[in-house]
Design a protein around this ligand. Sequence first.
Ligand code: SF4
Length: 338
Amino acid sequence: MHGLIDTDKFSSALRAKSLDTANRRLLITRLGGSEQENDFTVPANCGGLGRIRHFKRDTPIGWPANPLPIDPASRALNLSPHDSIRAQVFQNASCNWRCWYCYVPFSLLNGDPSKAEWVSAGELIDRYLEVDDRPSVIDLTGGQPDLVPEWVPWMMEELQARGLQDEVYLWSDDNLSNDFFWRYLSEAEREVVEGYRNYGKVLCFKGFDNESFEFNTRAEGSLLDRQFGLCDRYLQTQIDVYGYATFTTPSRTDLARKMGRFVDKLQSLAVNLPLRVIPLEIRSFTPVSDRMTAVHRDAIENQSVAIDAWKNELSKRFSSAEMALNICDIQPRSEVAS
Ligand code: SF4
């Protein structure tokens, strides 16, 4: 693919390829035998459609600890605090962006039925229930799950139908590229999502300025503003939302000021929102190393400047006690703490 992605056109095309509304089926990536399977510590499960992921709190030196989704899941499931948590992962077979650092091979993001399987939410839950020592967390990822926002309420309905709503925590991510949650879900479906207790959603900011966003995603840099607009809409729902941010950038020029502007924008949505956003360090997984050129290697190096700038901004705006709070206790819009 050359040039920038036409995000809206591509999103609609991929949605059409990934959702069978009449039969309530979704196109889910077949991980078994895929290039991505090289990066797994254990083979794919659930008939090739799933994998086990270990989320870890520890991060490399210099990076903030990552409590997602460990702390929200532990809180919901009444577990004592852990430093890691296992999750059953399913990936939808489409994404509308092409981040160079994506750990999913691009061939698994095109809504290609030869690399995926049509299944209902109920069939996914059936396969999950057959997993030995099954995790208590189900992670719906991608791809971009919100190309098919029906996936989340359908999974919730199936979990409820089996009486599993209190013993399973559902987690999904969203690249903040479209308004399909509002455009395609009925009010009743949105109510299911907003009213579901054991659910958390993480919103992924793909850069800290237009340049880094465009460099990372191959989509128009101005869509970073759309990311903020969509985040604002989610903050107005009852959904328990968190954020990730990636800071790979081709340029270090004026980085501290640009990062300050990024944190300003987060705070313009909700004063404590930065405390709910976790920067993720980009590293080279198997599919990534093949895509990298000198500018990408520089971008990986530039992250160290960016994360220092992020930490500096947060330390100017929040006390160390506030920054040490459990992320679940951060109220985005009000006084910190609970
Ligand atoms: S938005 Fe996510 S799934 Fe899509 S290309 Fe970027 S990292 Fe990969």
